[in-house]
Design a protein around this ligand. Structure first.
Ligand code: GDP
Length: 365
């Protein structure tokens, strides 16, 4: 920006002869310009994706992940155009605590699938990614063979935003990957809480990896997560661990029988495998195949995907409402005093909420 222009555009009145600071970070402006220059038109993105061009796919995913409004606008248009070409895949959620062997398992099962000619996309939801910038699940070297496999595409977790936001974006990335011809989608998550529920709501089959003899508490696995599982796979069933793994298989099978039957009509299975030795891996794919056959024949497969879509719609509405409420300037002004009134018992929590909501809706009118 020229000096003259800078002065003209500045909101500050600056005395002559004093150097004027740039009104914004020049680095940021360069980055912005760069990202603008790299943008294609929507048609080119869509064509590239349908042509299975990975560079274009990756660029489109970057737009989905971006929080810039003009990126989001293009991303949404790309998604709309890709939707009719999506859906023809099996989406599999894979979860388990760090160290259980998720990436080793994905590499083993993934290689076996790509060797059969399947096209595999591996996506990740990493709730800690805001802190670690996606390094836990984003490190491609964790899956050395798959990352150089032409039938596989590995995309690290979007590294910013709320879990809800990351989950929505992952769902949108699934659509793009499917339109680009990927017929098998793995969504990996670290088993530490809420992210499993988010993944469960976007996949057809949910696989929980466990270790033998580590104790449920140690593994951080809550009952609710076990209840969501279509298969529990006890990994590291090799060497000295083999017997323990077999015992754990019996225990988990008994535990699963205590859960109410699933809507899918599928009885969750427990299997053992060694991701490292690549043993027991094919058996797990057979399970997933059986699940597909059963649920496609019964109509559950399609029904569940439709329900998932509706759920996303409602969640998006809720998230937008609550963001709009939180960002409303009147609400922001009112909140400290009203909070205080609730804390000191002057008004009830219900009444306080009503007062705030009334004010919010009055603003909208
Ligand atoms: P993640 O954090 O869940 O992705 O786990 P990793 O795949 O990175 O595996 C953690 C560690 O367990 C690594 O040292 C792996 O080599 C090891 N590991 C993974 N699968 C197996 C297995 O089947 N048997 C044995 N013995 N070790 C395994």
């Amino acid at each position: 920006m020229t000096e003259k222009k800078k002065n003209k555009n500045s909101a500050l009145k600056v005395n002559k002869g004093i150097e004027q600071p740039s009104s914004f970070n020049p680095d940021a402006s360069n980055r912005f310009k760069k990202s603008r220059q790299e943008l294609l038109d929507v048609e080119s993105y869509v064509k590239g994706i349908l042509d299975k061009n990975r560079t274009v796919l990756s660029k489109a995913i970057t737009l989905v992940e971006s929080s810039l409004p003009h990126h989001q606008k293009i991303a949404q248009e790309i998604i709309e155009h890709c939707l009719p070409y999506s859906g023809d895949s099996i989406r599999i959620g894979i979860t388990g605590v760090p160290g259980v062997g998720k990436s080793t398992f994905i590499e083993s099962l993934g290689k076996s699938l790509t060797n059969q000619g399947k096209k595999l996309a591996v996506l990740a939801i990493d709730p800690s990614s805001e802190r670690t910038k996606g390094s836990i699940l984003g490190d491609k070297t964790r899956m050395e063979e798959l990352s150089v496999d032409t039938n596989a595409y590995i995309r690290p977790s979007p590294s910013a935003g709320s879990l809800g936001g990351v989950a929505r974006k992952t769902k949108e990335i699934i659509v793009l990957c499917e339109a680009a011809g990927f017929d098998t989608i793995f969504v990996e998550t670290v088993g530490v809480g809420q992210s499993e529920t988010a993944v469960h709501s976007m996949v057809d089959f949910f696989l929980l990896l466990m270790l033998a003899g580590a104790g449920d508490e140690l593994q951080g696995i809550k009952r609710g997560i076990m209840e969501m599982a279509d298969a529990i796979v006890i990994n590291k069933a090799d060497g000295d661990n083999l017997q323990k793994a077999k015992m754990a298989k019996r225990e988990y099978t008994n535990a699963l029988h205590l859960f109410p039957p699933a809507d899918s009509g599928w009885t969750p299975m427990v299997e053992t495998c060694s991701a490292k030795d690549k043993s027991g891996i094919n058996k797990i794919w057979e399970l997933i195949d059986q699940y597909q056959t059963l649920t496609k024949n019964s109509g559950y497969f399609i029904q569940r995907r439709k329900e998932q879509e509706l759920k996303i719609m409602y969640e998006t509405i809720k998230a937008n409402f609550s963001e709009s409420f939180d960002n409303n300037p009147h609400i922001k002004l009112m909140l400290p005093a009203i909070e205080n009134e609730v804390l000191t018992g002057k008004i009830s929590a219900y009444k306080a909420a009503q007062k705030l909501l009334d004010s919010y809706f009055k603003d909208l009118r």
